[in-house]
Write a new protein. Structure first.
Lengths: 257, 542
């Protein structure tokens, strides 16, 4: 009887309370740890995504700048670099300068000589190089079989708001140079870029002919864990505060006179 | 027994709890790997994509290097006034490709087999005038050339190959001297990861990677792959670069030296450039003349480069104005505040050896000091042999057309030459040159005043080993292109030189109001010296 009684004996209220308190403490610690772990993982995930986006952005810019003949911002600021003025056709050397490409503020415009038969992705000549022609029997350009030079191509980087993500996205467009109002193609190259800033600087160059200018492209972003309450990412970026992650590339313009 | 039962129950709970913890940890790890691995794949594919472009550009470098190696003999071409390239099968020959040795970060590996097996074709000019106003030759190709990166003795973790296709292109089929080259190069770089798509569609839009054998991949020709498919296993990245290169003729600099260079010390002395063939960049009232120092016509002309090309050679610019670039070949520079263009110690320009005089069987008799040019053919000019120091006065046998004459001078020379505007003179001098006083050499009233009318080739050092010298002092002026890579050049006073100079050394004390005025119209006189990329495209839509 005593043995059965001992077998069915329960914890006292004090024992149960202590056990529950311990369990609650342990669970709370576990949950807090899990939450922290998840937050850390989420921050790392976003860090990784931002870094890949920054790298993708500099890669796109590098590919476009290597063939650039004219680089400028859309807000009427000074031309950063030029080889051939797309409006007048005047050929002048690159000039040095810099441009901070603030998302939402200044679009970036890169003009290139046309290479493909068509820039319209629905056209059969979209992927085919234009034939080489010699408009004046002394030089070669890509043109049309009727003898005209290819139209210039405008590459435009700009920020657009995406309702899908509830955030800004960076878009690369290819458009006719005449107005740039209607894009041939428009492709999102980075999403959720509110915390990314891109700057472009032309360095190590001069007005000397046959001197290929060099661009330094920089994409900055602020990891979420570095952002403080009440301080926006752009404020971090604008002031050059610490905690920024920098992805940088150096690009030599290949085109020459 | 009761104790045992209780123990068993407790043991079961612990096992379940342990399994639960392991499951949670495994799920966490799986979640982490599920997110991390695609990003790892993306990162590696990005690296592979970058290397593919480096490989493609290395292919372009290989082609340009071979083109440079195939300049037949720049020195031999001096003075012809035309391109050095010959027609027919030439350039990019097997010897040149084979001669490439692995000395840099990107080296040519032939795979242990005969490199000639990778090469086919020739840059021969096809019959007919071509299409669209241009003529394109058949292609020379390199197929699946392995590249070693970072001085590796075997291919690195990201194996890389390149295909190169080269064609010569003539803007004008009737002008075989104006020759361009179309180089199309495809770099292939393995990823070294399982065949997975990137974590983000945006990455796959930018960096297209071939994941499986037989899958579509870029074709270097635009319609089909050249030669064999890459031997690199998928996944791999491919990128195609297409460039147009054009010939760069000598002289490309106002002053070129093999060894050290020292510019003038007087304030007005400068190095600038004009173009005697362009009325907008020269004195239009006196066709082709230098428009004057500080003229608005040449205020923005930046073609007056200076270069010390020998390894370790130095430039003392003395803060003088140089309207162009200044470069040394791993040497050093001082006083470059007046250099308006780029300043670089990483320049490298080949300077051909001194040109030897042509073999002449019959010279035209002449009266000392008076020389009649009666040939209208640049390839068979009137030849004169001069054996004493004298001022040279030239005349033409006609009043219309161009007349050519060549002088072989076996003596020292004190300068002085009168050359009418329709006479073109080439002087091969086997001696020292010393010009003083107010001597005018192809300058002044009645002379052409154009450097292209007077080419002076200085001989190599004498058989006794005595170095050649070229000195000028006083107030002399000269319009000429002097090519003497074995001549130590020393100037003082108000020396005005219109044209260009290539010498062993160059030093000017003072300089006064004089200067070195580079005539950009001298282009093509010195033959092909180099190649420059005129157009660069990455064919990203293939």
């Amino acid at each position: 009887m005593n043995g059965r009684h001992r077998k069915n004996a329960a914890f006292t209220l004090a024992e149960t309370t202590i056990a529950m308190a311990c369990a609650t403490f342990i669970l709370a610690a576990l949950i807090a740890g899990e939450v922290t772990l998840l937050r850390t993982f989420d921050a790392s995930d976003r860090y990784s995504a931002s870094e890949l986006a920054a790298e993708r952005l500099t890669d796109y810019l590098g590919a476009d700048l290597r063939r650039a003949i004219w680089v400028t911002g859309s807000t009427g600021g000074p031309c950063v670099a030029q080889l051939e003025n797309p409006s007048t056709g005047a050929r002048t050397p690159f000039a040095s300068g810099s441009l901070t490409f603030v998302l939402g503020g200044t679009n970036l415009l890169i003009t290139q000589y046309g290479y493909y038969q068509s820039n319209d992705s629905t056209n059969s000549g979209y992927r085919t190089a234009a034939p080489l022609i010699s408009p004046d029997t002394t030089k070669l350009v890509y043109g049309t079989t009727t003898g005209g030079s290819n139209a210039l191509l405008l590459v435009r980087y700009k920020l657009v708001y995406s309702g899908t993500y509830g955030s800004n996205s960076l878009v690369r467009e290819e458009a006719p140079t005449a107005t740039g109002s209607s894009a041939y193609t428009s492709r999102v190259i980075a999403e959720k870029v509110d915390n990314i800033l891109v700057s472009l600087a032309l360095t190590g160059t001069s007005n000397a002919p046959r001197n290929h200018p060099i661009f330094t492209t920089t994409a900055w972003f602020v990891p979420s864990y570095s952002q403080r309450s009440g301080v926006t990412a752009s404020a971090y970026l604008a002031t050059g505060a610490t905690g920024r992650i920098v992805t940088q590339d150096t690009v030599m313009v290949r085109m020459s006179h | 027994m009761i104790f045992k039962q209780g123990f068993k129950k407790t043991g079961g709970n612990v096992t379940i709890l342990a399994l639960l913890v392991i499951a949670i940890l495994a799920a966490t790890a799986a979640h982490v790997f599920r997110n991390v691995f695609p990003r790892y794949v993306t990162t590696v594919q990005s690296a592979s994509w970058q290397e593919a472009r480096l490989a493609a550009e290395a292919g372009v470098d290989l082609a340009i290097d071979a083109l440079n190696a195939n300049v037949p003999d720049p020195a031999a071409a001096l003075g012809t006034g035309t391109s050095v390239w010959t027609t027919g099968t030439y350039g990019l020959n097997a010897v040149s490709w084979q001669s490439l040795t692995p000395t840099g970060d990107v080296a040519l590996l032939t795979g242990g087999t005969n490199p000639l097996a990778f090469l086919s074709g020739s840059l021969s000019i096809p019959t007919g005038s071509g299409s669209n106003g241009v003529t394109v030759t058949p292609a020379v190709i390199l197929d699946n050339v392995n590249l070693h990166l970072n001085n590796a003795t075997s291919q690195a973790s990201l194996p890389t190959q390149v295909d190169v296709v080269v064609r010569a292109v003539y803007p004008n089929s009737s002008d075989t001297t104006n020759q361009w080259f179309l180089i199309r190069s495809m770099g292939v770089s393995g990823c070294g990861t399982p065949s997975r798509i990137p974590v983000d569609r945006m990455d796959s839009d930018l960096r297209r990677v071939t994941l499986f054998s037989g899958a579509d991949r870029p074709a270097i020709s635009g319609t089909a792959n050249w030669g064999n498919a890459p031997t690199i296993s998928p996944p791999y990245s491919t990128r195609i670069v297409e460039v147009l290169v054009k010939q760069v003729y000598a002289p490309v600099n106002a002053i070129t030296t093999v060894q050290n260079m020292s510019l003038g010390s007087s304030a007005p002395w400068l190095v600038d450039s004009y173009n005697s063939s362009d009325p907008n960049k020269s004195d239009s009232t006196q066709t082709g003349y230098y428009p004057g120092s500080g003229s608005t016509k040449i205020a923005n002309e930046m073609g007056a480069n200076i270069a010390a090309t020998g390894s370790g050679a130095t430039i003392s610019a003395n803060s003088k104005t140089v309207m162009g670039n200044a470069s040394t070949n791993q040497g050093s520079m001082s006083g470059t505040s007046g250099v308006q263009g780029a300043v670089s110690n990483n320049g490298s320009q080949p300077v051909p050896v001194a040109k030897t005089p042509p073999t002449v069987s019959v010279y035209t008799p002449h009266t000392s000091g008076a020389y009649l040019a009666n040939s209208t053919s640049p390839s068979s000019p009137t030849y004169y042999h001069v054996t004493s120091n004298q001022s040279l006065t030239f005349s033409a046998s006609g009043t219309t057309g161009k007349y050519y004459t060549t002088v072989i001078m076996d003596s020292d020379w004190g300068g002085g030459a009168f050359i009418p505007p329709n006479v073109y003179v080439t002087i091969y001098i086997q001696g020292n040159i010393s010009i003083g006083g107010n001597t005018s050499t192809n300058t002044g009233s009645g002379s052409s005043n154009l450097a292209s009318h007077l080419l002076i080739y200085g001989d190599a050092p004498s058989p006794t080993g005595t170095n050649r010298t070229f000195s000028m002092n006083g107030n002399p002026s000269i319009a000429a292109y002097f090519y003497g890579p074995d001549y130590a050049m020393s100037l003082s006073g108000n020396v005005d030189w219109y044209g260009a100079v290539t010498a062993k050394t160059y030093s000017i004390g003072g300089g006064g109001n004089g200067g070195m005025h580079f005539d950009e119209a001298l282009s093509k006189i010195g033959g092909v010296q180099n190649f420059d990329i005129a157009s660069y495209v990455e064919d990203a839509r293939q």
